[in-house]
Design a protein around this ligand. Structure first.
Ligand code: DAH
Length: 341
């Protein structure tokens, strides 16, 4: 038996040297150490020997086995290293720039948040302060103080969400003008961004959306100041785009205007422009000179102060900026859309 063990020892050595891949290494292991393997069978036959020989042969067999196992292990590690080297150096090459198997998802800001921050920062650079007000408002701040009479269509239940008698979800950010003027004295230079609510839902209207309000009150503010301010803001957001002011009506301003920006897609030379509906212009907000009645409602003297105000839809600006064409996609929380920002 001892001859047998020595023979196997040699044989194992030369067999191991011949093996060149993990598969044949495993076969070799099974051949010697598997259930019916050579070494395993020899181990089993020990019980037929007398105790002294059994001890002697057992020790030799054990050392053969541990030796073999150690060699198997070291060959296995060598081969794994060679295999990895091969994968790293031979084609198809391992592309380390591919995303990992379990990428760590990073968060990003919502496009509305991004545009709001950009607008606020632009206005802060020219001296505006951020003011805020509640989303649950009362009729006084949302309508009355803004010179909006009780028979005005905006005050209808159809358009505004009423919570209780006289209590509603603000339908614009303009009540922040009133709240701020009631609290403070001119000169005032404020903006306010936030959520507003209207009872509307289709391709271009959602029941909640965002606005930015601006208000400047001083001794002698002119329409030219308003124009320069909006021109500045548009330049910060979109680059140099001409503006146009169309006469309009808002109860809280006189005169009032709607502001259009030269279409950023067709640059005002529309053949068939889907962005501006081939008009060459994009509406971006409303504005005007603060109505004397608004000043009266906050106990400012309209003979001593003047002011301008403006309001813009943040969704509208975001859609233009990022080329988004369905308003509803802002609120569907589809990751594929949100991940792009
Ligand atoms: N509040 C108006 C709206 O929601 C927008 C607006 C127009 C705000 C003119 C103003 C303004 O401050 O002067 O439609």
């Amino acid at each position: 038996m001892i001859d047998n063990i020595q023979r196997i020892q040699k044989e194992v050595g030369s067999e191991l040297a011949k093996v060149s891949d993990l598969d044949s290494l495993e076969k070799l292991r099974v051949h010697y150490l598997g259930k019916k393997g050579i070494i395993t069978s020899l181990m089993a036959s020990l019980r037929d020997l007398d105790p002294e020989r059994r001890r002697e042969m057992g020790a030799s067999l054990n050392s053969l086995k541990t030796d073999f196992e150690a060699q198997l292990d070291s060959r296995k590690r060598d081969m794994a290293r060679v295999q990895l080297d091969k994968e790293l150096t031979q084609s198809p090459k391992l592309d380390v720039t591919l995303p990992g198997q379990f990428p760590i998802a990073t968060g990003s800001f919502h496009p509305i948040t991004l545009v709001m921050e950009e607008m606020v920062e632009a206005m802060e650079r020219i001296g505006y302060q951020v003011a805020s007000g509640p989303e649950i408002e009362n009729e006084f701040f949302n309508f009355e103080a803004l010179n909006t009479p009780s028979d005005h269509p905006a005050r209808d239940m159809q358009d505004t969400f009423y919570i209780d008698k006289g209590i509603l979800l603000r339908s614009h950010t303009s009540p922040v003008q009133i709240r701020t003027m009631k609290d403070r004295q001119p000169p005032l230079q404020i903006i306010s961004v936030g959520r507003v609510y209207r009872s509307d839902y289709d391709m271009t209207h959602t029941p909640m959306f965002h606005q930015m309000e601006g208000l400047f009150v001083e001794q002698s503010v002119s329409l030219a100041d308003l124009k320069a301010t909006l021109q500045y803001l548009v330049k910060q957001l979109f680059g140099n785009q001409p503006l146009r002011f169309r006469p309009s009506f808002f109860p809280f301003t006189e005169p009032s205007a709607e502001v259009d920006m030269r279409c950023i897609l067709c640059k005002g030379a529309p053949k068939e422009c889907r962005m501006c509906g081939s008009s060459g212009w994009l509406e971006i907000g409303g504005c005007g000179m603060v109505h004397p009645n608004v000043f009266r409602s906050v106990n400012y003297d309209p003979d001593r102060v003047t002011g301008f105000a403006f309001g813009m839809g943040i969704e509208r600006i975001s859609m233009l900026k990022y080329g988004i064409d369905d308003l509803r996609s802002f609120f569907e929380n589809d990751y594929r859309m949100l991940e792009q920002f």
